[in-house]
Design a protein around this ligand. Sequence first.
Ligand code: NAP
Length: 307
Amino acid sequence: MHNVVIVGSGCAGNTAALYAGRANLKPLVIKGHEAGGQLSLTTLVENFPGFPDGINGPDLVENIKKQAERFGAEYMDGTVAEADLSKRPFRLRVEKEWIETRALIIASGASARWLGLPNEQKLIGHGVSSCATCDGFFHRGSVIMVIGGGDSAMEEANFLSRFGSEVILVHRRDQFRASKIMLDRARANPKIKFLTNTVVEDIYDVHKGHVTSVKLRDTSTGKVWDQEVGGFFVAIGHIPNTAVFKGQIDTDPDGYILSKGGARTNVNGVFHAGDVQDRTYRQAVTAAGMGCMAAIEVERFLEAEGH
Ligand code: NAP
């Protein structure tokens, strides 16, 4: 029987583990299918306080993990396949093993959203990617396309301009969600070309086994054309990882956990932290802050329960 299990090992989960560890709760962290979370897929993080020269995302998240381990947090590979939150102790199945816990922190984050194009899934890993940091290197000297109009798209386009001969940023509207500084940086980059009011209709070539070109459509004129590309990076936001808790935890229609104040969910003893609940801020520092809040709430919850 565990005092607290933390689902997810990103910035939120690791910070929760650090605080719960220091509260002597011996937390168990279930790493999840994207261990390290979104930070492990980024490059330089310049806005996490305390690092005047920035820090690499994977280093930041690994440092927090090490810090948590120093205070007794344990990490387990795997993902939660099944959960029973109807009674206490809560029960979670990871692979074949059932785990019991008095309290639970859901910090399972949000995963990349895809366009849903016919050939997109077939070409993932063969030119289609959601992670510039992971796959940019493979597209040295080729034309790279990035889809999206948010900060992620700007960040990926800038990063990929180090590798590609040209980066074409395709956005379905002519207004951007990206922050001004990120947008300005991308606009000032001579290797990045913007295509607005444009959508991708299909990606080729499944028969050749890798990305060769895409079919584009201008939504204002209706013009359709093919564009040669070597790499195709989708940066259109994320989907919260709450499917396994569906029907047991209150979520909004998109699956983000509905907070009941602080880090509380609708289930007494189950808390949330990070992007799995936060569709507004979604920053490393806010995720870390929520991880801290969730752990403090767990501590108080267990104390009130006499543990
Ligand atoms: P986002 O802000 O939600 O932007 C998603 C973009 O993808 C939007 O431009 C959206 O278009 C587009 N999109 C969504 N579905 C689409 C579809 N089916 N087809 C075509 N386009 C589609 O997501 P994000 O860029 O991942 O950013 C998420 C959060 O992380 C934000 O708060 C952001 O500030 C933060 N972030 C910060 C940094 C940084 O500061 N270094 C870096 C990355 C992310 P519409 O605008 O038309 O809806």
